[in-house]
Design a binder for this molecule. Structure first.
Ligand code: G
Ligand code: G
Ligand code: MN
Ligand code: NA
Length: 248
């Protein structure tokens, strides 16, 4: 309960900040970023989302927090618009299952877009396979509604959770994200290599974009390129950083 109250206060006192991790294409050019939230606590320093997102989800605070994230991300797109170097970047934001399951989720996302004037075509929502456990028609209806405004969807941590391949085919998804747990050992673990290869082939045959996360070395990147994965995210290209450092 203590942490719950602190999250509430942190929202009130503006202690959250979005960090941005670059996403690059095969030429190394930055095409976009993933927004990753940080809590800049006045006494405890920087707190990882792994330590507060689960509590925010349990307590329902993920709803106001999720709206704050949507707003902050859209505002960042507006900032980027003012600089030719960043004007065309896309921004991926993580959406919790609980947030997505709200009846007014579509309304909330579109409200943030309208309020800020952000271009919805530059916005990607990262969903995890955990959302797939709920009512299929409800998910498809929501995704279609947002898609009709130009918003895209990426399936995060792909391969780590619950997913039926036949179901995947019915969802209006644009991108699969190869989980970093597979990328980590692609060069040494034949099983991880096989899974990564399978995700790439699946994306290719379903005409989906595929991006590998957690790329830490040139050799991992080269292996992925050779297998046909042409978009990457990971420490090798850049860690998540504040907006000022991201611009630099
Ligand atoms: O950078 P990293 O340590 O940021 O993130 C840890 C975990 O927290 C990841 O699983 C990530 O998906 C999650 N996370 C980071 N930022 C957000 C966010 O803005 N919203 C949600 N729902 N989860 C986030
Ligand atoms: O949203 P998701 O669960 O995919 O969150 C991505 C997580 O991976 C974040 O915690 C982010 O900081 C982390 N991350 C990003 N790039 C790398 C990397 O190259 N190596 C490792 N170990 N973690 C990474
Ligand atoms: Mn993510
Ligand atoms: Na992931």
């Amino acid at each position: 309960f203590a942490l719950q109250n602190e999250i509430r206060e942190a929202l009130l006192f503006n202690q959250f900040k979005l960090y941005y991790q670059p996403q690059v294409d095969r030429t190394g050019r930055i095409t976009g970023a993933e927004a990753l939230i940080r809590w800049l606590h006045p006494e405890r320093g920087m707190i990882s989302p792994m330590d507060f997102i689960p509590i925010a989800e349990e307590s329902g605070l993920i709803l106001p927090l999720g709206n704050w994230i949507l707003d902050a991300a859209c505002q960042q797109l507006i900032h980027w618009k003012q600089n030719p170097l960043t004007a065309a970047l896309t921004l991926s934001i993580n959406v919790s299952a609980r947030q997505f399951q709200q009846p007014d989720f579509v309304t909330q996302v579109l409200a943030a877009v309208t309020r800020t004037g952000a271009n919805p075509h530059q916005l990607t929502l990262e969903l995890t396979e955990s959302i797939l456990a709920t009512n299929q028609q409800d998910i498809i209806t929501k995704m279609d509604a947002l898609k009709s405004h130009g918003i895209k969807f990426s399936l995060d941590d792909f391969g780590t959770g619950y997913s039926s391949l036949s179901y995947l085919k019915r969802l209006p998804i644009n991108e699969l994200k190869i989980d970093k747990s597979f990328v980590n050992d692609i060069l040494t673990d034949p099983n991880d290599a096989a899974i990564a290869r399978m995700v790439i082939r699946l994306a290719q045959s379903m005409e989906l974009n595929v991006i590998a996360e957690g790329v830490e070395t040139q050799r991992q990147r080269d292996w992925l390129e050779q297998e046909g994965c042409l978009h990457y995210q990971g420490y090798y290209f850049g860690k998540p950083v504040g907006a000022e450092e991201f611009l630099r």
